[in-house]
Design a protein around this ligand. Structure first.
Ligand code: FE2
Length: 363
């Protein structure tokens, strides 16, 4: 394998465009345990958008709303609803990241932009990804201020974390027939490699199916599964997403925890809703995955899923969509050696997903 032409240091942040950033920030603080860190808006001299930066572990989410209707952010929200606009990737050299990806065919939407304030120098640049989603390269190595120039600290009482530590992976849904295009795009443009491939034989129920490919970057730190719908008797969950998001976009963000039982217990007590698999799932579980460090009874009570592969096992759980449209949701994951995505859970999960989809009249 050649040299990594796009060395990525990790995720910098994920920015969501939302209808009401103040209320979104409140939800992510009170329910998800994110700490409000910084804000920009009218009071900091930014006239077109309000922006809240929230952190937990090394996960950094940014919520942004437009002040007026004739604004790109407002149009984005009108079309897609609340959703992920930008995936921020940390690089040592934004100029070089743009040059390397442009050379290979990326569409540069924002050339390297240098902003300075008392905190130092902050550099970003943006390329187009699927649909209206973008990748933003960020170099904050010479910046010591809050999130970015133009932001002010949010004074807020201590916020109780639920133990979310880092982003594990970010999943994109694309249209039928586009998965291979995007998997190749990651290889060609970003220097990622193809890690896994799930066919509709692996991921199907009686009614609907999907196909998935997972790409990862040179260091293996950054993983992007890409889903496309497959032909089934009824409408696939991916079709439902594409319908309601009005195009491709981020389906879920998975976040790691060191203690999934404690994390899920806290999230449930704060009112977060999770997908429930049929109770029969748990009857066969000890036999399927063998011995684990966690108590099976507690796993069952909390509705956590377990899967094992050659490298170890993982525990995971999926939230319900976090807005009215059945689009973006979150996953909480605890890994014990396994580098997979819980394929052994897919069938049970999709039966549950379809039950919810049917309740929405979308199956
Ligand atoms: Fe996932």
């Amino acid at each position: 394998m050649g040299e990594d032409f796009l060395p990525l240091k990790g995720y910098d942040h994920v920015e969501l465009y939302v209808g009401n950033a103040r209320q979104a920030a409140h939800f992510y603080e009170k329910v998800f345990g994110f700490r409000p860190v910084a804000k920009s808006g009218l009071e900091t001299g930014i006239r077109d958008r309000a922006c809240y930066v929230m952190e937990q572990g090394v996960v950094r989410l940014v919520f942004t709303s437009a002040y007026r209707p004739d604004h790109e952010i407002a149009r984005h929200c009108a079309l897609h609803g609340d959703g992920v606009k930008s995936i921020g990737l940390s690089v040592a050299d934004v100029e070089q990241a743009l040059a390397e990806t442009r050379k290979r065919g990326a569409t540069v939407l924002q050339p390297a932009t240098v902003v300075k304030d008392d905190g130092g120098t902050f550099v970003t640049g943006t390329i187009k990804y699927a649909g209206d989603t973008v990748f933003r390269f960020v170099d904050r190595s010479r910046y010591g201020g809050l999130f970015a120039p133009g932001f002010r600290a949010i004074e807020s009482p201590a916020c109780a974390s639920v133990g979310l530590a880092a982003i594990d992976h970010i999943v994109t849904n694309v249209h039928l027939g586009e998965m291979n295009f995007w998997a190749n795009w990651f290889e060609r443009i970003m220097g990622f490699r193809n890690l896994l491939h799930f066919s509709d034989k692996d991921i199907s129920t009686e009614y609907s199916a999907l196909m998935s490919k997972v790409v990862e970057n040179g260091t293996g730190k950054i993983k992007f599964p890409i889903n496309e719908p497959a032909e089934g008797k009824k409408k696939s969950q991916i079709d439902e997403y594409l319908d309601f998001y009005c195009g491709p976009g981020v389906q879920h963000i998975a976040m790691n925890t060191a203690d999934i039982c404690a994390t899920v217990e806290r999230l449930r007590s704060r009112g977060l809703d999770f997908l429930r698999v049929p109770d029969t799932y748990y009857d066969a579980l000890p036999e399927r995955v063998g011995e684990i460090d966690q108590d099976y009874r507690r796993i069952r009570e909390l509705g956590i899923l377990v899967d094992r592969d050659d490298d170890g096992y993982l525990l995971q759980i999926f939230t319900q969509p976090v807005q009215d449209r059945p689009t973006l949701f979150f996953e909480v994951i605890e890994r014990h050696g396994s580098r997979g995505f819980g394929i052994g859970n897919f069938k049970a999960l999709f039966v549950s997903l379809e039950r919810e989809q049917a309740l929405r009249g979308n199956l």
